[in-house]
Design a protein around this ligand. Structure first.
Ligand code: G3P
Ligand code: CA
Ligand code: CA
Length: 289
């Protein structure tokens, strides 16, 4: 069971799970209310125990239909089809639109005000099977890793600010010259090898695990937000990096969608450039601390 630690009458004054832990001494994992600088109260999940705790869930990227190519539900890329006329798609990485709920973060996309409101240093990523209940996320996640370099401090303190500086936008730059930061990660569940093994052989030959590259770009100048525990070493970044822009020229619209081209050589086949079924069918939860 998860902790419903705050009583209804407790004023939600903290802006982050880190503040709830440090100032208010909450130390159990669970759903909490936070309040943004502008007074928006919202509920999210706090991981109060991993590597010192104080991690705030700010977003999840959920692929509701791998066969839908920038269709409904592709909120982190484009719900408008793949089209060079909307180069940044829905623009979710660098706007203040919010959607979803914490409880449904493995069943739908989630983005809360913390995504742009919290000033953080590091990012944690959890891969949790789709539709898992919140009280089972921790036990069912098969990969969890977090950055350790406090890199966000150099990019305005959150991903909203990072992606304002480095837009997830078609034609914003070229590969690899204009990739965003590549940051080393520590593993909390799984390891670099098990992370790498979630991808097909062609992806493994074209990436190094144990890192997250942000704002990766591919051969055709399409941009992606986050590479899933890898640093791409070629420009076929669309098979391991997710949350794309609004236009992927290669075989358009085949690579367009929240999980981009994890299915290039078939859905969940784990062959060629395709990812495993396990990672294809798991939501990507994004935390700040
Ligand atoms: O990203 C892979 C694509 O650019 C080429 O794939 O099918 O020719 O091996 P393929
Ligand atoms: Ca989605
Ligand atoms: Ca390619």
């Amino acid at each position: 069971n998860i902790c419903l630690c705050q009583r209804g009458r407790d004023p939600p004054t903290a802006r982050s799970c880190k503040e709830l832990k440090q100032k208010h001494k909450f130390n159990k994992d669970g759903l909490y209310f936070l309040r943004s600088a502008r007074g928006v109260v919202y509920q999210t999940y706090c991981d109060m125990t991993t590597a010192g705790g104080g991690w705030t869930l700010v977003a999840s990227v959920h692929e509701n239909n791998m066969y839908g190519k920038c269709t409904t539900g592709d909120r982190w890329s484009s719900q408008q089809g793949g089209n060079s006329n909307s180069p940044d798609g829905d623009g979710s990485w660098s706007n203040t639109v919010t959607f979803g709920t914490a409880e449904a973060a493995t069943s739908d996309d989630f983005k809360n005000p913390g995504y742009y409101d919290i000033t953080a240093e590091d990012v944690a990523v959890w891969h949790v099977p789709n539709n898992e209940r919140v009280d089972r996320w921790k036990q069912t996640s098969f990969l969890r890793y977090h950055t350790v370099t406090k890199f966000l401090s150099s990019y305005g303190g959150n991903l909203y600010s990072l992606f304002k500086q480095l837009p997830v936008k078609y034609n914003a730059g070229s590969c690899p010259a204009n990739h965003g930061p590549t940051v080393p990660v520590a593993y909390d569940v799984g390891d670099a090898t098990s992370n790498h093994n979630q991808f097909g052989p062609n992806v493994r030959a074209n990436s190094v695990p144990g890192f997250i590259t942000f704002r990766a770009i591919n051969n055709e100048r399409a941009a992606m937000a986050i590479c899933l525990g890898v640093k791409p070493t070629s420009c076929h970044t669309e098979h391991s990096c997710i949350g794309g822009c609004g236009y992927f020229p290669e075989a358009s619209p085949r690579q367009c969608g929240d999980f981009t081209s994890l299915d290039w050589d078939g859905y969940g086949t784990h062959a060629g450039w395709s990812a495993s079924k396990q990672i294809t069918e798991a939501a990507v939860l994004i935390f700040y601390r």
